[in-house]
Design a protein around this ligand. Structure first.
Ligand SMILES: NC(=O)c1ccc[n+]([C@@H]2O[C@H](COP(=O)([O-])OP(=O)(O)OC[C@H]3O[C@@H](n4cnc5c(N)ncnc54)[C@H](O)[C@@H]3O)[C@@H](O)[C@H]2O)c1
Length: 270
């Protein structure tokens, strides 16, 4: 189904990115997973599972930090070398999700108050990985896509970013995360407009609550509390739902410049 897809997926060794890489490769795509060096071990397990399942496509790994121009450039070079073509699908899944209030106070029994301020460093890092990193891969992948021949619709490729429902209803402690994802939502339409002239579409998925390593480590009770807010279906999202939406965006040429919430109608409480 995705035999013509040559994809790069940032953060593709874990969670939503890994589900997408496996799904696309299983269905014939050639996929370069671009992730941090420490994620390579996860990738090797994923690759072994993929071989067991007689995947039709191909999975490769490139060590890359999405914030680095050099790393992303090397990863895109590797796509060309390994797969014999430039990339035509770029999926941004790399992300970090710190939990920290803008300002928090603890009042001790003796009435003394301790104040903790959100550090600028942590806010900046979140913006750098989630927003700047997303832009970095998108713009550099667009440059490679632009070198490809256009299809019958004049299209050369598609960029798929990952925001979050936190971009709309960020919770207490999500000020950095929600800001970074708001940036991803905000870049979607102008980037689609910028890249229309070269036949590249830009879409963003805003997931709700998905069962990935991020959430899997939380206690059962926390899962139950989180699930309460998901109207229908009343469960955490399976990463395959995300992967399938990526697949649909790839195959539907008229989806462009839009953010799709994938959340079972979840609206996060404060
Ligand atoms: N899981 C959810 O419920 C959920 C909900 C909304 C949005 N999201 C978003 O979806 C994306 C994927 O989340 P996930 O749950 O699969 O998380 P995850 O932690 O399972 O995977 C994230 C991946 O990103 C990689 N990564 C982190 N920093 C990086 C960097 N600087 N350069 C390259 N790779 C880096 C990690 O190594 C990891 O492999 C994130 O952007 C996250 O914010 C997830």
């Amino acid at each position: 189904m995705y035999r013509n897809v040559v994809a790069i997926i940032s953060g593709g060794a874990s969670g939503l990115g890994a589900a997408t890489a496996s799904y696309l490769a299983r269905n014939g795509a050639r996929v370069m997973v671009a992730d941090l060096p420490q994620a390579q071990e996860h990738f090797l397990k994923m690759e072994a599972r993929s071989n067991d399942n007689n995947s039709n496509g191909s999975l490769k790994f490139s060590q890359a930090d999405v914030r680095s121009e050099d790393d992303i450039s090397s990863a895109l070079d590797m796509v060309d070398e390994e797969f014999g073509e430039q990339v035509n699908v770029a999926v941004n899944c790399a992300g970090v999700a710190p939990a920290r209030k803008t300002l928090s106070q603890k009042i001790a029994e003796d009435g003394s108050v301790t104040t903790r301020l959100h550090s600028l460093e942590e806010f900046s890092k979140t913006m750098q990985v989630n927003t700047v990193g997303t832009f970095n891969l998108a713009r550099m992948a667009a440059d490679r896509m632009a070198q490809r021949p256009a299809d019958d619709n004049g299209l050369r490729g598609v960029i798929i970013n990952t925001a979050s429902v936190a971009a709309y209803d960020g919770q207490i402690g999500q000020v950095a995360y929600a800001s970074s994802k708001g940036g991803v939502v905000g870049m979607t339409l102008p980037m689609a407009r910028d890249l229309a002239a070269v036949g590249i579409r830009v879409m963003t998925i805003a997931p709700g609550l998905f069962m990935t390593p991020l959430l899997a480590g939380l206690p059962e009770k926390v899962h139950k509390d989180l699930v309460k807010n998901v109207p229908c279906p009343n469960r955490l999202g399976d990463p395959i739902y995300y992967a399938q939406l990526v697949g649909s965006i790839i195959t539907n040429p008229y989806l462009n410049g839009e953010v799709i919430r994938l959340d079972g109608a979840l609206r996060m409480p404060p």
